[in-house]
Design a protein around this ligand. Structure first.
Ligand SMILES: NC(=O)c1ccc[n+]([C@@H]2O[C@H](COP(=O)([O-])OP(=O)(O)OC[C@H]3O[C@@H](n4cnc5c(N)ncnc54)[C@H](OP(=O)(O)O)[C@@H]3O)[C@@H](O)[C@H]2O)c1
Length: 218
């Protein structure tokens, strides 16, 4: 089974994905700016799962140990986090689920200077890393409900079909349906849906609104 490193896996979104993948047999490493924080969070997740599933390391060591890397930090931390792990991601797929929100206006679309957060990630990491954009529209609240699938689809934007296939397998393993959403530059649309979902959460007084693509069951 592949080893997955979740940079910022100490936080809300990464933790749910980490535990879901761990329960499916992946080796999951929680990454953090502080190794001790990652170790503590991994131990907490192991206690919740009643098993010895996850380990914790500093982000760079986690990326080095992994076959695939998942970036799960706020947009404001994206650039610095990627710069700190760039060398350890060479030759690997990096899944970017960053949403370029601009607090406090988190219910309004914010288009980053580089066109999309995922394109900015690719620019920072360079051609030796294959960036795939996915999971930006998946609620952390729903991910933490480990006993059920998440009622949403996941748009997978990639310039490599092999990388899209590998990431789609992870989407399925985490209990969701993967949708081929075209090239990496289409991530601007996926990233822009999240502030709309946050608005919908407030407007309809719900937690964890998500997206579904219809018309695929021909
Ligand atoms: N929460 C959701 O429902 C949701 C849904 C879809 C997409 N997303 C996206 O997923 C990403 C992670 O979201 P989240 O809710 O998990 O975020 P979070 O809990 O606020 O932060 C995740 C981790 O990022 C690291 N971090 C936070 N601030 C940082 C900083 N200034 N510099 C470096 N690292 C920092 C922290 O890890 P360490 O302190 O351990 O280093 C933290 O545990 C975001 O881009 C978000 O837009 C979130």
């Amino acid at each position: 089974m592949k080893t997955l490193a979740i940079l910022g896996g100490t936080g809300k979104e990464g933790a749910g994905l980490a535990m879901r993948w761990a329960l499916k047999g992946y080796q999951v490493v929680i990454g953090s700016r502080e190794a001790s924080k990652a170790e503590t969070r991994a131990a907490e997740m192991n206690a919740e799962l009643a098993g010895d599933y996850l380990t914790g390391m500093a982000n760079a060591a986690a990326a080095a140990a992994a076959d695939m890397v998942i970036l799960s930090v706020p947009y404001s931390a994206q650039q610095a986090t990627l710069a700190s792990v760039r060398e350890n991601c060479r030759g690997k797929i990096l899944i970017d689920l960053t949403v370029p929100l601009r607090p406090p206006e988190i219910m309004a679309v914010n288009l980053p200077a580089g066109g999309a957060a995922a394109l900015e990630a690719q620019e920072i990491l360079g051609p030796d890393v294959t960036v795939v954009a996915a999971f930006q529209n998946v609620s952390a609240v729903k991910l933490r409900q480990l006993d059920r699938d998440v009622d949403c689809d996941v748009l997978v934007c990639a310039d490599s079909e092999a990388a899209r296939a590998a990431v789609s397998d992870l989407v399925t393993a985490a209990g969701m349906r993967a949708i081929d959403a075209g090239p990496l530059k289409n991530a601007v649309a996926a990233e822009s849906l999240t502030p709309i979902l946050l608005h919908i959460n407030r407007a309809y007084k719900v937690k964890g609104a998500g997206i579904r693509i219809t018309g695929l069951d021909a």
